[in-house]
Design a protein. Sequence first.
Length: 383
Amino acid sequence: MTTKRPKTRGIAILGSTGSIGTTALRVIERQRERFHVAALTAFNNAALLDAQAERFAPAFVGLVSNGAEPHGPPWCVGPECLVEAVNRDDVDIVLNAVVGAAGLDATLAALARGKRVALANKETLVMAGPLVAAACEAGGGEIVPVDSEHSAILQCMAGRPGVDVRRVIITASGGPFREWSAEQLSAATLEDALQHPTWRMGRKITVDSATLANKALEVIEAHFLFGVPYDQIEVVVHPQSIIHSFVEFVDGSVLAQLGVPSMELPILYALTYPERVVDSGVPAFNPLACSPLTFERVAVERFPAFALGVQAGRTGGVAPAVFNAANEAAVALFLKGRIRFNDISVAIAAALDELGTGPGDTREAILRGDHAARRNVEERFGC
């Protein structure tokens, strides 16, 4: 008598040609008995998307940019392809690896349909944490974080209620400028900013790691994911990137999640949670090779974007959306060589001063704040 194989779960990967998307496809290829690729979307890299579609044969392929030239069979073209992908009946899990605010509507749509969102698009929660929580409750969906730091917190909490948690400590590598002086930072180039010491990521998130804006986004995300007050979330610099987060409980016990700096592990865990499955993607842990493990305080005086973001989270309302949008706009200008590295935090501070108050309780209010912040940055630098 033969045993019927269990049905594999369909996955939609939004942002499949980016760093997280390509890594996720490597993970899924090793786990074909559990998962299949049901949908792929990319922003404008049509050539790589075509190659991925050929290899994984998804039923749906979407290209966000109307200006990109589609390859292969007819594709869905335009921003609406993100929501169309997650709404498909053959999609069980949505891996949202879209960069920036563009991922918001897809997350809300997936949660409204009761699906799991493996969330690498932290901006979704930063911009609209209360809206996302409401969509989860109304639709019966769930969010499982993909960020290594939040995956670590999830694993350490292991289902324990938030009331048991005294403190969450998120680690930061410190980025390429950890040891740079303020004078050196004023002359930092794009090439310098993209030389991350431990992680290989997309250009935008690599710059966010250089300014430490990324850690502010992670603090806000942790607040919404785990219901931990801001006063109980801390960040510490850990240059080796081996410990991804700590959770301290009310009895004084502290748990930490360790692992080599590879996104394959948190991606796999987000897809299989709460189970753990055999996988060969991450090498065996060698504590001797990782030693020593060191920790430092965050130099907020040299990385003002971090403090600006955490304060925006504490302020609430539209402030987190303004912070996120101003940062995205400023980083885009820096990547184009239009502004200097230190101008990124200057742009964020100015946008928050002018636009960082007001309610953020509706999608419309959040998007108004987002658009206004982007215009503010572009007009400030004459774009």
